[in-house]
Design a binder for this molecule. Structure first.
Ligand SMILES: Nc1ncnc2c1ncn2[C@@H]1O[C@H](COP(=O)(O)OP(=O)(O)OP(=O)(O)O)[C@@H](O)[C@H]1O
Ligand SMILES: Cc1cn([C@H]2C[C@H](O)[C@@H](COP(=O)(O)O)O2)c(=O)[nH]c1=O
Length: 196
C-alpha cells in the first residue's frame, strides 16, 4: 500500500510522518520522502537554493521521483511493505503547476502526462490543510522560494482541486489541530484502510 502525505510548506507533514513512524511501528512501514530519498535529491536541493529556471527545476523534481520509484518505492511495495512518503507526485502537480504557469498551456495536464507512463499512483493521500498565514508563522526562519504566501495560496488551491476531483484517494486533514491529534487521526485512518 502506497500512502502519501501532502500539503503546503509548514503544514506539519514532517511532524506527522515522524509521529506515524512511532504510532504505526507494529506495521513496519517504510518511511520515505521527496525530494531527497536518493542522490538526485541533492541536485534538486541545489536547484532550489540557486533559484534555477522553473523548467530545469521541474525536470530535476521529476528525475528525483523516477529515482525514488526505482530504488525505494517499487522495491518496498514489491516486498509487501506499507510505504509512507512525505511528498510525492501531487507535490509536482500542485507546485510546478504554479511555477510553470504562463510558460506554456496547461502545465498540470503536461505534468500528469509525463508521470503517467512510469509512476505508481498512491492508494491513499492525506492532505494537510492549513491557512497560509498560519503556515508562514510556523515556518518563521528558513524560507525557500516556494515559501511565499502568494505561491502557497495557489499551491493550496491546486491541492484542494485535486482532492475534490479524487475524493476516494484524498483524505483532508485539519492541520490546525494539535500535532498528536493530527497523528492520531491519520494513524487510525491508515489502520482502518489496512484492515479493510
Ligand atoms: N499540529 C501542529 N500544531 C502546531 N505546530 C505544528 C504542528 N505540526 C507541526 N508544527 C510545527 O510547525 C513547523 C513546521 O512543521 P513541519 O516541518 O512538520 O512542516 P512541513 O509541512 O514538513 O514543512 P516543509 O514542507 O516546509 O518541510 C515546525 O516548527 C513544527 O514543530
Ligand atoms: C517534491 C516537491 C517539492 N517541491 C517543493 C516544496 C518545498 O518548498 C520544497 C522542498 O520540500 P520540503 O518538503 O520542504 O523538504 O520543494 C516542489 O516544488 N515540487 C515537488 O515535486
Amino acid at each position: 500500500m502506497l500512502i502519501t502525505i501532502e500539503g503546503i510548506d509548514g503544514s506539519g507533514k514532517s511532524t506527522l510522518v515522524a509521529g506515524l513512524e512511532r504510532a504505526l511501528a507494529d506495521l513496519s512501514p517504510l518511511i520515505t520522502r521527496e525530494p531527497g530519498a536518493t542522490w538526485v535529491g541533492e541536485a534538486v536541493r541545489r536547484s532550489i537554493a540557486e533559484n534555477t529556471d522553473p523548467i530545469t527545476e521541474c525536470l530535476l523534481f521529476v528525475a528525483d521521483h523516477a529515482a525514488h520509484l526505482a530504488h525505494v518505492v517499487r522495491p518496498a511495495l514489491e516486498a509487501g511493505r506499507i510505504v509512507i512518503s512525505d511528498r510525492y507526485s501531487d507535490s509536482r502537480y500542485a507546485y510546478q503547476g504554479v511555477t510553470l504557469d504562463g510558460l506554456f498551456p496547461d502545465p498540470v495536464g503536461w505534468l500528469r502526462r509525463i508521470h503517467e507512463p512510469f509512476t505508481i499512483s498512491p492508494d491513499l493521500t492525506f492532505l494537510c490543510v492549513l491557512p497560509v498565514d498560519e503556515a508562514e508563522t510556523r515556518l518563521k526562519t528558513h524560507r525557500e522560494h516556494f515559501e511565499n504566501g502568494c505561491v502557497l495560496e495557489q499551491v493550496q488551491r491546486n491541492y484542494l482541486s485535486f482532492a475534490e476531483a479524487e475524493p476516494g484517494r484524498f483524505v483532508l486533514v485539519d492541520a490546525m489541530l494539535p500535532a498528536p491529534d493530527v497523528c492520531g487521526f491519520v494513524a487510525d485512518e491508515i489502520r482502518r484502510r489496512v484492515c479493510d
